[in-house]
Structures are given as structure tokens and as C-alpha cells.
Design a protein around this ligand. Structure first.
Ligand SMILES: Cc1cc2nc3c(=O)[nH]c(=O)nc-3n(C[C@H](O)[C@H](O)[C@H](O)COP(=O)(O)OP(=O)(O)OC[C@H]3O[C@@H](n4cnc5c(N)ncnc54)[C@H](O)[C@@H]3O)c2cc1C
Length: 476
């Protein structure tokens, strides 16, 4: 059985996935078909002789090939190897699929690689995360992460909205029982496990909210409530992205979900959970994947926009060139930051090599503005053409076919090709899938406002103040 098939088979459990008011089986429901086929094919690349050396590495512990996201980089070359694997998966999905589990696997790898530093907070954590890391590698587990509590009343101080927060309500000798909810959990309906912990700092007087748990998606009492599906049938040529790459997002309800102690990585320990949240190794490795994926997507949207500009004959106009140049600058900036992060990688105190976080963080924060701006440029250049796409496939077969060919062609493209180009552009930017992507790029890494502010807050400002200081005193 292939790796991809083994993954699909694991999804045939009793998980509670809700879509359109019904409990559905993800392996049978059409909403998941194309997405799962895509993931299956990506998982199989680990065993494909042509791609294996790029996507995977030989792992001594498990005596087998393992996806690069599980690699703890111990030198600069291993960071480059990880990057090549991320690039391959991203390019195969045009950057449109972002939660293929390589992000969550990278976070896990970072936490595992720095586990010794957590011994002062909880001596049991190191052993638990090492065991789980090993299990996830052996299983080739599809992981996802969820951090946020539901948007009920953000004005309340953390911990004061009882119903909003995922909390431990009982413990026994076997484990803990969780109640509450979490949002947004992309890919959860078809993940093996979900890693959950709070994104915000939990006050010391509410220790029951300070936990980090790994929840099996088939756990009784866990309900994964999907948003509307944007997936279309796999033969739908007008919606090629929705039919293959619709990553499902879900809100999670924990209706007294049992988690065994070995998967309760941290318990009643707000300070330790905060250290996990701020762990640079985990963030550096995970966002390295995110920004490589972003670069792929910026290339894709720039390619579509440039092709449209050429085909409608506007690519020689200065204003259009200026906007396309902005898109090219976006790509180069993100690419440059990725290169800089890898060139300036250094070992941490544990001997793990990490991409320089300041460049990764900058790329991630710029991305929240770059992608929406790229969408704006595409729409500005494609203009009315985006809404002039014929609705059906039969127009070319009926009496209006000659007019279709005469009026809907482009500078070099025949009408059918040009229509497909515009369909692609509309799907990426104007369809429900497109709207979701705009939102995703703004928010996937947390609140962009606070992320950018945090970059300033963390910056060593004394260096800056020192640059001004000499100008503040008269020389007389
Ligand atoms: C498509 C999509 C997929 C996602 N997938 C995942 C995933 O797989 N895993 C995951 O963990 N997360 C995921 N995220 C969720 C992401 O973590 C959150 O959306 C993000 O952290 C922002 O939180 P929020 O949506 O609750 O917004 P809120 O925090 O509710 O913010 C709403 C608005 O209020 C402002 N605001 C709120 N509180 C404050 C405050 N205290 N001070 C100042 N301003 C404030 C914000 O700036 C924002 O403008 C995803 C998000 C999207 C859109």
C-alpha cells in the first residue's frame, strides 16, 4: 500500500465531520475528493524515485525515508534540503495549498529539537514530545495546529469568557477531559492529529487554561464543523483550483474529549505554554515553509496577471508595467528574504541550525500585505474581462461558436485558451475560494496588526536610539 493510500485509510474512522448540517465521511464525500487526491499524490512523492531525495531524507531512527519537515537541521545544507522539499510541494500546488502538514510538522520538529530547554518548566515534556515526534514520523502523520478560541467577546480579559476557551474540566489517572472550542483549524477534518494550545498569554490564576495537547481527530466528542465547501467536481475545467486544492477550514467543538496523559504535553502550566508559543526554533522552521509557499503563490498570481496583460494587449502601457513591476518586486523581496534567512542561518544553543528568524518574520509580515495587493493588481489589469467569461462549456458547440472564436480570443491566444486563463484568474481572486485565500494570507499567522507591532516591540531599539544620540548635543 502506498503512503498516500495508508493516509486515506486512516481517515476511515469514526471522526465527527459536519458539512451542510450532516455528519459526513471525508473519504466518500465529493467536497473532499479532489483535495484528498492531491494530498495522496504529494505523500506518494516520498516513495517516488524521482522525487524522494528532494522531498525526504533517510532517517536513522526509523530506518526509512521521512518527509524533510521532520528533519532537525544540524547544518546549513540541511536547511537547504528542507527548503527544496517545501518548494516542491508548494510548486506542485502553486502555493494554493498551505496546510499540507509540512507547517505543523515543522513546528513539532522545532519543539522537539529544543525540548531540553523546557525541562525547567515541566520535566515530563521532553519525553512526551520525543515519543510523539517519533510516532508522527513513523506514521507520516498529517498534522494541523489550532490556537485561537472562538470569537465570542474579544473585549473580555483572557480567561474571563468561560465558554470561549478550551479548558481541562477533569483529570483522572488515564488523562484529561477537554471542553470548549477552537478556531480556525484548517485541514483538521482530514488530519490524523491536531496540536492545540492557546495563542494568547494565559494568566497565572487560570492554570486550567494553560495546556498543550495532541488530539486524535477520531476522538469521541470532537466535532469538526466545516465551512461551506468550495470544491467542485474533478472534471470541472472551469474551476481547476477548487476541484483540487480546497483546503477545508473548520471550527472545533470539544464536547468532553478525552486525551491520554502521554498526549497532554503541558498541563496547568501557563508559563510553559507561553514558552511554546514564543519558541523561535518552532516558528523559524514553520514560517520558513510558509514563506517558501507564499513565494510560489506570488509567482503564480504574477504569471497569471502577466499573461492576461499580454493577451489583452495592455502590457506595453507604462501604468500596467509599473504594476506588474510591483508584483515582480514582491516576488524578489520574498525570495531575497528567504535567501538571506538561509545564508544567515546559525546554530542555536542546542546545535540546531535555524533560518534567521528576523528575515523569515519580515517575509511573513510583508506577505499579509503583498498578497492582497497582488490580487488588487490582477483585478485592476484584467478589469471587465474577469466578468466576461461565458458560463457554460457548450457555447463553442452551438450556433454562436463562430462568434465565440471571433470575439473572445486574445493577442495570441484562441478563445478557448484565453477563456481558461481568465477562469483561472477569476477562481484565484474572485471566487469563494479566492476570497478565502485573500483572508488566509492576511490572518493565517495571527493578527497582522499585532504581528507587525511585535516586530517593533522585540527590536533592539537601543541601537536605533544610539544613532540619533550624537545629534542631540551641541558641539560647542
Ligand atoms: C482562512 C484562515 C485559515 C486559518 N487557519 C488556521 C489554522 O489552521 N490554525 C490556526 O491556529 N489558526 C488559523 N487561522 C486563524 C488565525 O490564527 C486567526 O484568524 C488569527 O489569529 C486572528 O484571530 P481572529 O481571527 O480570532 O481575529 P480577532 O483576534 O478576533 O481579531 C478581529 C479584529 O479585532 C482586532 N483585535 C482583536 N483583539 C484585539 C486586541 N486585543 N487589541 C487590538 N486589536 C484587536 C484585530 O486586529 C482584528 O482586526 C486561520 C485564519 C484564516 C482566515
Amino acid at each position: 500500500m502506498s503512503r498516500g493510500q495508508a493516509y486515506l485509510q486512516r481517515l476511515n474512522d469514526e471522526r465527527n465531520v459536519w458539512l451542510d448540517g450532516e455528519r459526513v465521511r471525508v473519504t466518500e464525500h465529493p467536497a473532499f475528493r479532489g483535495t484528498l487526491q492531491t494530498i495522496e499524490s504529494l505523500f506518494n512523492l516520498v516513495d517516488d524515485a524521482d522525487t524522494r531525495e528532494t522531498v525526504a531524507y533517510w532517517d536513522e531512527q526509523t530506518n526509512g525515508y521521512v518527509h524533510q519537515a521532520f528533519q532537525v537541521p544540524r547544518n546549513a545544507q540541511e536547511i537547504s534540503n528542507r527548503a527544496a522539499a517545501f518548494r516542491l510541494w508548494s510548486d506542485r500546488t502553486y502555493g494554493v495549498m498551505s496546510r499540507l502538514s509540512d507547517y505543523a510538522r515543522s513546528r513539532l520538529t522545532g519543539w522537539y529539537a529544543t525540548r531540553d530547554a523546557m525541562a525547567v518548566y515541566d520535566p515530563a515534556y521532553g519525553g512526551k514530545i520525543a515519543t510523539y515526534y517519533d510516532e508522527a514520523k513513523r506514521k507520516d502523520a498529517f498534522l494541523t495546529i489550532v490556537q485561537r478560541d472562538p470569537q465570542i467577546n474579544r473585549a473580555l480579559p483572557v480567561g474571563e469568557d468561560e465558554d470561549a476557551m478550551l479548558r481541562i474540566i477533569r483529570t483522572n489517572t488515564e488523562g484529561v477531559v477537554l471542553r470548549g472550542a477552537k478556531m480556525v483549524a484548517t485541514a483538521a477534518p482530514y488530519a490524523d492529529d491536531i496540536i492545540a494550545y492557546p495563542i494568547q498569554r494565559i494568566p497565572g490564576h487560570r492554570p486550567e487554561l494553560g495546556h498543550m495537547v495532541i488530539v486524535a481527530t477520531g476522538s469521541p466528542g470532537l466535532h469538526m464543523v466545516c465551512r461551506e465547501s468550495f470544491a467542485t467536481s474533478d472534471s470541472d475545467t472551469a474551476h481547476p483550483l477548487s476541484s483540487q486544492y480546497d483546503e477545508m477550514d473548520a471550527v472545533l467543538f470539544f464536547d468532553d474529549v478525552f486525551v491520554p496523559w502521554e498526549r497532554v504535553l503541558l498541563h496547568n502550566n501557563p508559563e510553559a505554554v507561553w514558552q511554546i508559543r514564543c519558541n523561535v526554533a518552532s516558528s523559524s522552521l514553520a514560517y520558513h515553509q510558509s514563506v517558501i509557499r507564499l513565494h510560489s503563490k506570488l509567482e503564480f498570481i504574477t504569471a497569471i496577471t502577466s499573461s492576461i496583460a499580454k493577451e489583452i494587449g495592455v502590457d506595453s502601457f507604462l501604468n500596467v508595467q509599473e504594476q506588474l513591476g510591483e508584483m515582480v518586486s514582491q516576488m524578489h523581496t520574498i525570495e531575497g528574504l528567504i535567501i538571506a534567512s538561509e545564508a544567515q542561518a546559525t546554530p542555536d544553543v542546542h546545535g540546531n541550525w535555524l533560518p534567521a528568524f528576523k528575515y523569515i518574520e519580515t517575509a511573513r509580515n510583508l506577505g499579509t500585505r503583498y498578497y492582497p495587493r497582488a490580487v488588487e493588481i490582477l483585478k485592476t489589469i484584467a478589469a471587465g474581462g474577469l466578468i466576461q467569461i461565458p458560463s457554460g462549456k457548450l457555447e463553442f458547440e452551438g450556433s454562436i461558436s463562430p462568434m465565440m472564436n471571433k470575439y473572445l480570443g486574445g493577442v495570441t491566444m484562441q478563445a478557448p485558451e484565453k477563456i481558461r486563463l481568465f477562469q483561472l484568474a477569476w477562481e484565484l481572486t474572485g471566487s469563494p475560494l479566492g476570497a478565502r485565500h485573500d483572508l488566509y494570507e492576511r490572518f493565517y499567522a495571527g493578527d497582522p496588526v499585532r504581528n507587525r507591532a511585535s516586530q517593533y516591540v522585540q527590536y533592539d531599539k537601543d541601537r536605533l536610539y544610539a544613532r540619533v544620540e550624537p545629534w542631540l548635543h551641541s558641539k560647542g
